[in-house]
Ligand binder design. Structure first.
Ligand code: GTP
Ligand code: MG
Length: 577
């Protein structure tokens, strides 16, 4: 009985083995563009050009635009665990073809529904009703976050399973360690980690949909605006559960792209003036933050953090479970996301290594979701990129200067006086001839940073070379697009020392894995290789070593002491007087 369903508008309540590179790409894409989407009204197989080779990858802008457009044709519906999926889809298809639909759980069961055509949204909106409530009052804001009301006859009988839900969070670390321990090589472990942790197709769609819902709220003030995701949601290094960084793009009305009128009469808008870009950003975010707080269905815990270096509005989007950071005027960060996306697509080993290092760092508290003196995921990613540029004799990825040299006129980009130009078309970038395995690279990463002259040198991915440090901060990583800024200014000496010590211990542990027998690995379910590196008790850093005082002097401790000595000699000789 199709009429048993009714969709209600959601209002805010007043209460407010070593694989070849090709095989690696193939495996990842099968995962990412998955075949396991539930209840897709029209199944979408991965397009040939998406899996062929890197020339087939879409440019960042093309990929973003496609997803944004998809999100505009989508709605988010709160259902329940007994929703009859087929009936639900049939009900919706009265408004047009449903291109894709999947379910997930977050404080209840939700469905993301993508229509084939934009008109379907308008058609649906004509029948969506306003909720009837007895003791509460509704804030009258119509959005594309909806609730499904169904009569008893429309639900599934008790004997039948409800819709299958797509996971939106990562597996617990212990489960991951167990999974990795069963792999046959460190390379396989690293690939398996990426596959377990990376954003799924569905999660990425949900991220773009949340941006699109936010855009509807901001459009109450700025009808021409766009809300774009940036950071790990789009740079290829996002892990399920990572935050959603968004950027309110008002370029079309900012005056930035305004042209001088030709001679003759012309009208212009009268606008209030203020003395800085920062003040403009603060005003915009202040009103949008208020709007999100007062009217945004599902947006809770809204905080306006306007005095930060980069002003932002932080909130929790309950229906998706995303922790959201909304910024404005943050085009450099968007450009950084594009650069990381490009590097990640150039060679699959880049993403795998970044995932492995990020996961390792989080497991040992080198990084944290709480702001502090830790190394951030962004800084860590830049460190991995730098390391890959420094492979000798063949680098894995080119320098940023090289990518700028390959840029065409359409790639030209200058933001606040900084040259952010680099090539966007992958096919213009010649492949590198480095053929190192992931295991070799991971091991070398730990060795590289065990002995890096942090006291004297700065990490610079523009040049792909370390350079003399311009300031005294313990860790200096030049911002790729704002060369005067250090992206790791927040990191203090103890945190850096801990990172170095962990690199030394991890290098040692990996060496042990290399010398242990493969047969022993298979029969023993004990963590080995990358799995062992993720165990805090195995790789304990400086703190852990102090605790293990009573251990007999072993080869391990000897080698650790030697590497520490070596490092301190190097530091002494490299530190400026
Ligand atoms: P997650 O930890 O998974 O959220 O990684 P992320 O890359 O999204 O990092 P985060 O949310 O901290 O920052 C979002 C984006 O802002 C990054 O990807 C960078 O583009 C940019 N960003 C973060 N930190 C800095 C910084 O210190 N300097 C500059 N210039 N940009 C930064
Ligand atoms: Mg982020």
């Amino acid at each position: 009985m199709a009429s048993s369903f009714r969709v209600c508008g959601s209002h805010m309540s007043g209460r407010g083995r070593v694989l070849t590179q090709f095989q690696i790409i193939d495996r990842c894409l099968q995962r990412t563009f998955g075949t396991n989407v539930v209840a897709a009204a029209q199944s979408e197989a991965p397009k040939k050009e998406e899996i062929d080779d890197r020339e087939g990858f879409k440019t960042f802008d093309a990929a973003q635009s496609e997803r944004q457009e998809q999100a505009e044709r989508s709605v988010l519906v709160s259902c329940n665990s007994t929703t009859n999926e087929q009936r639900f889809l049939k009900y919706l298809s009265r408004h047009g073809d449903v291109k894709k639909c999947f379910f997930y759980e977050s404080y209840g069961t939700y469905a993301v529904v993508e229509f084939a055509k934009q008109e379907s949204i308008a058609s649906l909106q004509e029948v969506i009703t306003i909720p009837v409530v007895n003791h509460e009052c509704m804030l009258p804001f119509k959005s594309r976050l909806l609730s499904l009301r169904s009569g008893p006859s429309a639900d599934l009988p008790n004997s039948q399973m409800g819709p299958q839900c797509q996971p939106q969070t990562t597996m617990p670390i212990q489960e991951l360690i167990h999974r990795l321990s069963k792999e046959e090589s460190i390379d396989q472990q690293i690939i398996s980690l990426t596959e377990s942790y990376q954003l799924t197709e569905e999660n990425t769609r949900l991220r773009f949909l949340v941006c699109s819902l936010l855009k509807d709220i901001a459009a109450a003030y700025f009808p021409e605006c766009t809300v774009r995701p940036f950071g790990s949601s789009v740079n290829g290094f996002g892990k399920l559960g990572c935050d959603l960084d968004m950027f309110l793009d008002l370029d079309s009305i900012s005056g930035r792209k305004a042209k001088m009128p030709k001679a003759g009469l012309a009208l212009e808008y009268q606008m209030k003036r203020t003395n800085s870009e920062r003040a403009v950003t603060q005003s915009i975010l202040s009103v949008i933050g208020e709007c999100v707080d007062q009217f945004g269905p599902g947006c809770v815990g809204v905080q306006k953090i306007l005095n930060a270096r980069c002003p932002l509005v932080r909130f929790n989007h309950q229906p998706s479970g995303f922790q959201c950071d909304l910024t404005a005027n943050n085009r450099v960060a968007t450009k950084s996301s594009e650069l990381l996306y490009l590097y990640g697509r150039l060679d699959p080993r880049v993403r795998h290594l970044v995932f492995a290092v990020r996961c390792w760092a989080r497991a040992h508290g080198v990084t944290s979701s709480i702001p502090g003196a830790w190394i951030t995921n962004f800084s860590l990613t830049v460190m991995v990129l730098f390391f890959l540029q420094r492979r000798s004799p063949d680098p894995v990825i080119p320098t940023l200067d090289h990518l700028r040299g390959l840029a065409g006129p359409a790639d030209k980009s200058v933001i606040e006086g900084n040259d952010c130009t680099f090539v966007g078309d992958f096919s213009k970038i010649p492949p590198q001839s480095n053929t190192q395995t992931l295991e070799q690279l991971l091991h070398e990463f730990f060795d590289f940073f065990s002995t890096f002259a942090f006291g004297r040198m700065s990490i610079n991915i523009r040049k792909g070379k370390e350079q003399n440090k311009p300031e005294v901060a313990p860790l200096h990583i030049q911002n790729p697009f704002e060369p005067s800024l250090n992206v790791s200014k927040n990191v203090n000496a103890p945190q850096l020392e801990r990172f170095v010590a962990l690199c030394q211990e991890s290098s040692w542990l990996l060496q042990q894995s290399e010398t242990s027998l493969p047969d022993a690995r298979r029969s023993a379910p004990t963590p080995w290789g990358l799995a062992a590196l993720l165990l805090p008790s195995q790789v304990a850093g400086l703190k852990g070593r102090k605790k293990r005082k009573r251990e007999p002097a072993s080869e391990r401790i000897k080698s650790l002491l030697e590497s520490l000595k070596k490092n301190s000699h190097q530091k002494k000789s490299s530190d400026p007087k």
